[in-house]
Design a protein around this ligand. Structure first.
Ligand code: FAD
Length: 495
């Protein structure tokens, strides 16, 4: 398992380059490549296998209308920022495929219907797709498999978003450890990260009229509604990797900056690219190793992989627990009586809690589709443990907004913060992670003149201070709901 494939990658020796040698009789083996959350050419096991086994390939992406359905809480399941990020990623993938002689057919429709039609029309023998974990994604796979069976078409799936292939770990997914510490201990028992697969340089495209990338309007959004904080696509992903590691060497400082929230350089911002598969986690792993060899090896380089293993932990926990990750009682099915207070929930969702550290993070999320890990931890803890509101509502809101939405990472992190972790005090965290109030003032212009300590808890200002800083609580900025007392010790210490 030496990282030889890194050099393979740079040589760009694609499996597809062998295609020139294929004989005419095998031209009868068209395959269909169903892209899902694996929107890349590099280190893509599905693409690699499809190229190795087919003479001609039809690459397809299905933009499923069910992703945009209205939820009972009154918002659509996927928001504009995430959709815009996805469309950018598809545009990039189509361009990259065209660059090697391929293309991408993008259809608005349910996969089992779209794929069956194409299989019938082109006599496709095998459909290749990414294997996924969560319930809806598995339902899609089953529906496709079911629809293909009577047509005599094979359905082949590959893991493509994991760091450790399930065949290469010492435990079955259903035996995944309950804690991250034990999970890592189990990984140390011989698990290896596979070398990178080569990036193809040619593509045996099936002749067809390939549909363009749909617009935002095609799925019922305003053209300008989506403003993702980071541009989608494999090209942007690889640029970000190069920037964060080698060009800026920000990786060397990652351990000490990762808990910040302001700007884009405090953490890698790989998550949106990992979520849509624009970036392979193995690529991050092997580039990290290269950085350790060529630039510097320190606690930060260790820590980035440590965080990537958190992602992996949640993927494996997702395989183990399945639908339980969505239960209000959490994966441990603890009894809870969560509040269903829609008015209070809206305050949280719109960034009007009266606690600037929370509101600033929420406004950032709502305007850009991104929120730092610090913001997410504080928000999940606050909604569930302070407001006592059903945390699944909060997880659903993050699902709508986050451009890096990943089923297991989102729902299982919420599980942890809502049902397992101790309360995280947003006022104290504000003092700790945004001491000068720069982040808060960036996203809450109404607090532009408010200095510490009031920017941690503006409701502490008396009338004179409110006049001095030009903010009237209850008018220019909300007063918090009567707080339960959990935040009180921090209020006393900052005041
Ligand atoms: P970095 O700090 O640079 O970390 C590198 C990579 O490690 C990340 O890209 C991510 O893949 C992984 N990682 C880091 N922390 C975690 C973590 N706690 N759990 C899982 N993976 C992690 N992450 C998502 O990718 N998608 C989500 O939908 C998501 N929802 C979350 C919801 C809540 C309530 C919480 C507390 C965390 C959530 N996270 C989610 C984890 C984490 O907040 C993001 O991965 C991180 O903020 C992304 O920024 P980054 O890529 O700059 O991270």
């Amino acid at each position: 398992f030496a990282p030889k494939a890194n050099s393979q990658h740079s040589l760009n020796l694609g499996g597809a380059s062998l295609l020139g040698k294929k004989t005419l009789h095998s031209m009868s083996k068209p395959g269909l490549l169903w892209f899902r959350k694996d929107l890349r050419l590099h280190d893509n096991p599905v693409l690699h296998r499809a190229l190795a086994e087919s003479d001609t390939l039809l690459p397809v992406f299905c933009l499923d209308p069910r992703w945009f359905r209205e939820l009972p809480l009154g918002f659509r399941k996927t928001g504009a920022h995430r959709l815009a990020f996805l469309l950018q990623s598809l545009t990039d993938l189509k361009k990259r495929l065209k660059g090697i002689g391929g293309d991408l057919h993008i259809v608005i429709g349910q996969p089992e219907e779209v794929i069956t039609k194409l299989v019938r029309a082109h006599g496709v023998q095998t459909v290749y797709a990414q294997r996924d974990i969560a319930w809806e994604e598995q339902q899609d796979e089953q529906a496709v498999q079911h629809a293909l069976a009577p047509l005599g078409c094979n359905f082949e799936r590959e893991w493509s978003h994991l760091l450790y292939h399930p065949d290469d770990v010492s435990f079955a997914p259903e035996d995944t450890a309950a804690t991250f510490k034990t999970f890592r201990k189990h990984l140390r028992q011989g698990s290896k990260v596979r070398p990178l697969l080569p990036t193809p340089v040619t593509f045996p495209l099936l002749e067809y009229t390939y549909a363009p990338v749909p617009s935002m309007e095609d799925v019922g959004f305003k053209a300008t509604a989506g403003q993702p904080a980071y541009p989608g696509g494999e090209t942007a992903a690889l640029e970000r990797l190069q920037y964060y590691f080698f060009d800026s060497q920000l990786l060397t400082r990652y351990k000490w900056t990762r808990n910040q929230s302001l700007g884009s350089d405090y953490s890698s911002k790989f998550s949106p690219y990992l979520a849509y598969g624009c970036l392979s986690p193995r690529r991050v792993y092997w580039e990290n190793k290269k950085y350790e060899r060529e630039v510097k090896k320190n606690v930060s380089t260790y820590w980035l992989i440590f965080e990537l293993k958190w992602r992996e932990f949640f993927q494996y926990l997702g395989m183990k627990h399945g639908n339980r990750m969505f239960f209000p009682g959490g994966i441990k099915e603890r009894a809870h009586s969560w509040k269903k207070d829609e008015e209070l929930f809206r305050r949280w969702q719109e960034g009007r809690t009266g606690i600037p550290f929370l509101d600033a993070h929420m406004r950032q999320l709502n305007q850009t589709g991104f929120m730092s890990n610090r913001g997410r931890v504080n928000h999940a803890s606050f909604l569930a443990q302070e407001y006592g509101i059903d945390w699944t509502w909060g997880a659903a809101w993050f699902e709508v907004q986050l451009i890096d939405y990943d089923v297991c990472s989102n729902w299982l992190n919420w599980n942890v913060q809502a049902t397992e972790q101790r309360f995280t005090n947003a006022i104290w965290q504000s003092r700790k992670y945004d001491k000068k109030g720069e982040f808060v003032r960036h996203w809450l212009p109404e607090l532009e003149k408010v200095p510490p300590p009031y920017c941690y808890a503006p409701f502490l200002m008396d009338e004179a201070a409110q006049n001095e800083y030009g903010v009237h609580i209850g008018k220019d900025y909300p007063a918090p709901e009567p707080l339960s007392g959990k935040l009180e010790w921090a209020v006393k210490r900052v005041s």
